[in-house]
Design a protein around this ligand. Structure first.
Ligand SMILES: *Cc1c(COP(=O)(O)O)cnc(C)c1O
Length: 438
């Protein structure tokens, strides 16, 4: 059977993002000011983030948000991304399931992160900001942000998790090529970084430490806004371009997914693919299942607690209602750097609590076994993060083989792994291990 791809024409691209907050049966609880425990308003966030992003963050009424023309224009450089029927994978698994994947690795930055980076930099520029700062784990967000900043003429300063910087040195090269200043976190350049290093001089860094440092820089530098690559509501909003395209492309294929799967760090590629389909569960009685695949070494969805917690290590962010392992949680050094965050976004946390989605946790070695099979059948080397979605898809396809069910499974290939080859080398040399959570 030939590989089959579905691609939208430029004039068919979605022109609005989907804001699931408007349709949720229970809205997310409000973020709280840690000093007085009062709900945070747009004006409290606006000294940190671009104003329009703050409005989107707290917008629980408008289901559709127009995509600015300048952003749509940049999207047409690489969108639509292909929806692919993975016949070769199906055949290797001998499964009756129909497996589709949305290929978000097909853009010059190699992951879905560019979809929100362009939007955030556009809004920052439109309101007169000159500098943007952020944190990055494995480096995909930093790379996307650095590129988007250069597109809109902004300076970018990126704090990269120290351990990821050592594991994936080429990502800092990419960021610097786009003109960004890159610093390993924790660093001595901020008060938060100094405090962390004083307590633990060998701290490998985490997204929590890097967020603290970037936030400190943003709030102490004039004309500087902070941007975030995951977790927050407006980031998932921008990513819904993925699911809105996929919805049209599934219709071109004459199918509708029974199961939607994505890997899970803070929830943006999951929400991006899932929310437009979940809309039909909420409004039209569809019964699609939604699985968010997380590492068993950082299992906030399956083993975390739903409570108010900080989004960063130092406690600079508002208190967020989230499934969390605690903001001091130090994840093991798994290769899926983008999934080593301690908490889940506010929207997905509420959806999980309400039973509209499920978490699945997967050991590191199983994700690499899945990546091998995917690479050898479909010819694409997946990002270690995306391999969690592939592993969850394979589990589901194997269940279909046992029961004979012809389910339609759709997963998100959130990025490629071509800059993660040292992780693949370790796996191939037999040097990778599982880390379970205790
Ligand atoms: C950052 C990243 C993720 C995790 O982030 P989410 O917000 O949970 O999507 C997953 N896959 C890739 C390739 C990434 O770069």
């Amino acid at each position: 059977m030939k590989q089959k791809k579905f691609i939208l024409q430029e004039h068919e691209l979605p022109t609005q993002w989907y804001n699931i907050q408007a349709d949720m049966p229970n809205k997310p609880l409000p973020p709280l000011n840690p000093q007085n425990h009062q709900p945070v308003g747009v004006e409290d966030l606006a000294h940190i983030f671009p104003l329009e992003c703050c409005r989107q963050e707290l917008n629980t009424t408008d289901a559709w948000i127009p995509i600015p023309e300048e952003v749509l224009n940049k999207y047409t450089f690489y969108r639509s991304t292909p929806l692919v029927r993975a016949y070769a994978l199906e055949e290797a698994l001998q499964t009756p399931a129909h497996i589709y994947f949305k290929n978000e690795s097909v853009n010059p930055l190699g992951s879905h992160k560019i979809n929100s980076a362009l939007a955030q930099c556009y809004y920052a520029k439109a309101e007169g900001t000159e500098n943007v700062t952020t944190e990055t784990g494995a480096g995909q967000w930093g790379a996307a942000l650095s590129y988007a900043a250069s597109v809109f003429g902004l300076n970018a300063a990126v704090y990269q998790v120290k351990i990821s910087m050592q594991q994936k040195p080429y990502r800092s090269s990419i960021m610097r090529t786009f003109g960004a200043a890159v610093t390993g976190s924790p660093s001595m350049s901020t008060r938060a970084g100094k405090d962390i290093i004083t307590i633990d001089p060998t701290h490998p860094g985490s997204l929590g430490t890097a967020i603290s440092e970037a936030l400190e820089l943003a709030t102490t530098t004039p004309h500087c806004k902070y941007t975030l690559g995951s977790v927050l509501n407006h980031v998932s909003l921008h990513q819904t371009i993925i699911g809105l395209e996929a919805e049209k492309q599934m219709a071109m294929a004459g199918e509708y997914p029974d199961v939607v799967i994505a890997c899970f760090g803070g929830g943006s590629n999951f929400g991006g693919l899932a929310f437009p389909f979940m809309r039909h569960n909420i409004l039209d009685g569809k019964q699609t299942k939604f699985y968010a695949a997380e590492p068993d070494a950082c299992p906030k969805l399956t083993k975390g607690h739903f409570e108010y917690d900080f989004g960063d290590e130092a406690g600079y962010t508002p208190l967020l209602p989230m499934y969390t392992l605690g903001h001091k949680f130090k994840p093991a050094n798994i290769h899926a750097g983008g999934l080593r965050y301690h908490g889940a976004g506010m929207i997905v946390s509420q959806l999980l609590k309400d039973g509209l989605m499920q978490g699945v946790d997967i050991p590191q070695l199983e994700t690499f076994e899945a990546a091998m099979l995917f690479a050898r059948t479909e010819g694409i080397i997946p990002a270690p993060e995306s391999s969690h979605a592939i592993a969850a898809t394979i589990r589901e396809a194997q269940k279909c083989k046992e029961t004979g069910e012809e389910k339609v499974i759709l997963f998100n290939l959130s990025g490629h792994g071509l800059i993660d080859m040292s992780a693949y080398d370790q796996y191939l040399d037999g040097d990778l291990v599982n880390y379970s959570f205790d």
